[in-house]
Design a protein around this ligand. Structure first.
Ligand code: TRH
Length: 383
């Protein structure tokens, strides 16, 4: 049987909630195109959310080309497709249902495209038993493979651009880079002298409790909050509308609202801070590559399944750092009482230890290869 060239890829993305779906898909699409020369068509339903992380998106265009990627506005499940319309690799992100007409045309291809369902990132062990499992289509001669990102060699590893760590090393070794980047966000030199913390979390995080702990603490803290994040707690602290540029200092805490930056600059924000609060999946992974201490606010799931996922990650990442374990559980509502006022000084005292752990973890994750290289390698062996 002839082998199918793997020159084109169709990635279907539905923006379920927040920015993560499109954040991950855009990063993945760019890497496929820029590092592997693959012709990527990204089908995405919500162009307005996409524009927040990629400002040059045209929210009214049914098709557009951005940085070498073809972006199609995915507006319905209708549509007839011919085998010639079908990409060599077809990827459903987070198990979205792709248009039935597209699947029908996939079945008419010879050889067939390689078809994946990409799942969400979890540290739970069951993933290793499901990663790359095939699933036959009930009616059509097609096989779909389940592909999972992860933290072990029995998973697809983590998304990472080839140049990322070199870019980070250059940035952090240039003492003026962080100061200039933060100044560009409006952060003053005196604010930069404090413990710099970026805060990206969901609205339900115990932010007010954390602000109180910082405000009454002995350590000057400068908390940078991207515009639109935890607006209620930010508004209450600042005493005014939390738009970019708003700032207030109470006790040892300064809270500054910074712009919601384009995706590449978000890495620089993480690299410029001493401690990063991240959430969901993409910023969570970027914080791991930033090699700095981070606290993860996990995406909420029914029956508190997210607490199980959180514990699974903490057991892998920092089983022996009690302060990070306890603070993370409190931050995610996994304890009766978050107790952040008591937990914060313990976490702060361990920041050097946690920094060392962060760097070790980066090395461990590097050894897994990168998600994009891994999925292409699998596709080549299953076409
Ligand atoms: O926005 P999120 O909460 O997205 C979530 C998660 O991905 C979750 O796993 C998923 O199930 C849910 O969506 C549907 O968090 P996440 O994953 O960190 O995505 C945020 C994206 O926004 C990430 O790519 C970083 C980017 N970003 C910027 O580009 N600029 C910014 O200023 C900030 C704060 C974030």
């Amino acid at each position: 049987m002839s082998l199918r060239d793997l020159k084109t890829l169709a990635l279907f993305c539905k923006v379920v909630d927040n920015f993560g779906d499109i954040g991950i898909c855009w990063r993945f699409a760019l890497q496929l195109q820029q590092e592997h020369g693959i012709g990527v068509t990204l089908w995405v339903d919500d162009l307005r959310t996409f524009k927040r992380i990629r400002p040059d998106v045209d929210v009214d265009a049914s098709i557009q080309h951005i940085a070498g990627v073809t972006v199609r506005h995915w507006t319905s499940q209708d549509g007839e497709f011919a085998p010639s319309d079908i990409a060599d690799i077809v990827i459903e992100f987070f198990a979205v249902d792709i248009p039935p007409g597209y699947i029908k045309a996939m079945a008419q291809c010879d050889p067939k495209p390689v078809w994946f369902n990409l799942e969400g990132l979890t540290a739970e062990e069951w993933v290793e038993g499901c990663h790359t499992l095939p699933s036959s289509h009930p009616q059509l001669p097609l096989t779909k493979y389940f592909f999972f990102p992860g933290f072990t060699s029995k998973t697809g590893g983590l998304l990472r651009e080839a140049s990322l760590l070199d870019e980070r090393r250059r940035f952090v070794s240039d003492p003026g880079a962080a100061a200039a980047f933060l100044a560009g966000l409006g952060v003053t030199p005196s604010e930069q002298a404090g413990l710099k913390v970026s805060l990206f979390c969901y609205q339900h995080a115990p932010v007010t409790e954390l602000f109180e702990a910082w405000q009454q603490g002995p350590v000057p803290v400068t908390c940078l909050v991207p515009e639109g994040v935890v607006a209620d707690a930010a508004r209450a602290f600042i005493g005014g509308e939390p738009q970019a540029g708003a700032v207030a200092t109470r006790g040892a805490l300064t809270v500054r609202i910074v712009p919601f930056v384009a995706q590449p600059d978000y890495d620089k924000l993480l690299w410029s801070c001493d401690l990063n609060f991240v959430r969901g999946e993409d910023s969570f992974v970027r914080a791991q590559w930033a090699g700095k201490p981070f606290v993860w606010h996990i995406y909420h799931q029914d029956e508190n399944l997210h607490h199980k996922k959180l514990r699974a990650f903490l057991h892998r990442y920092s089983p022996d750092i009690e302060s990070l374990f306890a603070f993370s559980l409190g931050w995610n509502g996994a304890l009766e009482d978050a107790g952040l006022a008591a937990q914060w000084p313990l976490l702060h005292a361990d920041l050097s230890l946690i920094s060392r752990r962060a760097e070790e973890w980066t090395g461990q994750m590097l050894n897994l290869g990168d998600f994009t290289g891994n999925i292409l390698q699998f596709a080549r062996s299953h076409r």
